[in-house]
Design a protein around this ligand. Structure first.
Ligand SMILES: Cc1cc2nc3c(=O)[nH]c(=O)nc-3n(C[C@H](O)[C@H](O)[C@H](O)COP(=O)(O)OP(=O)(O)OC[C@H]3O[C@@H](n4cnc5c(N)ncnc54)[C@H](O)[C@@H]3O)c2cc1C
Length: 408
């Protein structure tokens, strides 16, 4: 089924969002078509550290950039489970494409969940759906690393006009994006933790390059540094304070989408290890090669990784509109630990796959090379550093007791 047919089969545009049941049947096919484009250019994207243009063009063609936007604003109303499945599929094809898609969808989730009811943000939602705009993220600032809950740059107010100048150390695909969702200090006299979220579009900001992106992996995300200068309207500030958006949407959706992309990278490495072990066993008359145990270990950690993502996904999906549940210590600890554990498990899985393949996995050429997967997945523990997350959770962990039973 092509996109047009899929959209035709969806309930009429006159249907209310309550009545709308998205036609999920078209999602796998549309995602597979993007994954094919992504896989075809993955090696070149990595080698040249270039933006995966063909893959993102395919995502636009398949209208996947606006797939999460509710039907009433022109999208498909895809759920968090649909989106994470897409991240996983793309991760198997090209890590950078998957991460770009994951970051874009996290920004779209903020727009959908916290922009509905605000005229400016609703207009942007329609634009994302109809024009297939690509949204980037700006949270990292100056020397502040992954401390997202503290901003230095403040929004300057002049009546209804606002402006912002931000030393944005890392903005993935900043040069290619059509818009950016950024955090900032509420005003000049506000504390660093008193933050707002803004959605800004190409015509109201400029980016002056400040830092290149020459990295070990995730090279196609083109996560360069920029001086961001914005001038626009106060309407562009999300109505809710950032601390709420951070807890309810930004962190959960980012961690679920990132983890799914990393699981996809891990799955691709496991697939190569499986092909290697099969070939080696065939060549030895059915005798398993010595690396087979590492292949089993890779499958085991991939299973754990997928189980951890899906269990957090189910909890989030069950409570996604329940502010109290999402703000609870238990949920916040769990969703933060998901990022830590998923990133470590993804690295462990790719490492096991590499050891299963031996030299064939270590080589940069050949069908069993997992070098690119390893370099890409090594970004996972440092993308908001696991040490920082573990240290931040320590106080909250002290406050909750040790479970009395297995299902407590
Ligand atoms: C592929 C990729 C894409 C990215 N894309 C974007 C993007 O689009 N937009 C954006 O804004 N940012 C982006 N980032 C940046 C990311 O959000 C983090 O800001 C960044 O990874 C933090 O890196 P850091 O190690 O310099 O900083 P830090 O988090 O400050 O860590 C530096 C060091 O300090 C240690 N450390 C820090 N805090 C603690 C603590 N409390 N306890 C113990 N040790 C601690 C860490 O272990 C680490 O060794 C991206 C990062 C990656 C890897």
């Amino acid at each position: 089924m092509n996109v047009q047919e899929a959209r035709f089969r969806s309930p009429s545009a006159a249907a209310t969002s309550e009545q709308f049941i998205p036609d999920r049947s078209s999602f796998p096919q549309r995602t597979a078509s993007v994954a094919t484009a992504a896989a075809a250019e993955a090696e070149e994207v990595d080698r040249d550290a270039r933006f995966p243009k063909a893959a993102i063009d395919a995502a636009r063609q398949q209208r996947l950039l606006g797939v999460q936007i509710p039907l009433e604003f022109g999208g498909d109303g895809a759920s968090i489970s649909d989106i994470t499945d897409m991240c996983y599929t793309l991760g198997r094809a090209c890590a950078s494409t998957a991460m770009i898609f994951a970051m874009h969808q996290t920004k779209v989730a903020c727009l959908v969940r916290h922009g509905t009811g605000s005229k400016w943000h609703e207009t942007l939602m329609r634009r994302v759906a109809t024009e297939q705009l690509l949204l980037a993220s700006s949270t990292t600032e100056g020397q502040n690393g992954g401390n997202i809950r503290f901003s230095t740059a403040a929004v300057e107010h002049a009546g209804r006009e606002i402006s912002l100048v931000r030393n944005a150390t890392v903005i993935s695909y900043g040069a290619q994006a059509d818009g950016i969702v950024t955090i900032a200090r509420r005003a000049n006299d506000a504390a660093g933790s008193d933050q707002v979220l803004l959605a800004i579009t190409r015509d109201d900001y400029t980016l002056e390059p400040s830092l290149e992106w020459e990295t070990l992996g995730m090279r196609g995300t083109c996560s360069a540094g920029f001086e961001l200068k914005f001038k626009g309207s106060a309407e562009q500030i999300f109505p809710e304070a950032y601390d709420k958006i951070h807890a309810q949407t930004m962190t959960p959706v980012a961690h679920l989408c990132w983890s799914s992309a990393w699981a996809g990278i891990a799955a691709a490495a496991v697939e190569r290890a499986q092909l290697f072990i099969r070939k080696a066993a065939r060549g030895a008359g059915g005798q398993m090669p010595p690396g087979a145990a590492h292949y089993t270990a890779a499958k085991m950690t991939l299973t754990k990784l997928r189980a951890m993502i899906t269990s957090n996904l189910d909890i989030y999906a069950a409570h996604e509109h329940d502010e109290r549940a999402l703000s609870s210590l238990d949920f916040q600890s769990s969703i933060n630990l998901l990022k830590v554990e998923a990133s470590e498990l993804a690295v462990a899985t790719v490492m096991s796959a590499m050891r299963a393949c031996g030299l064939s996995g270590y080589r940069n050429d050949g069908d069993f090379s997992v070098g690119r997967h390893l370099r890409d997945v090594l970004s996972a523990p440092i993308m908001i550093n696991n040490d920082r997350i573990l240290a931040n959770i320590a106080t909250a962990s002290l406050m909750s007791g040790v479970p009395a039973s297995l299902r407590d």
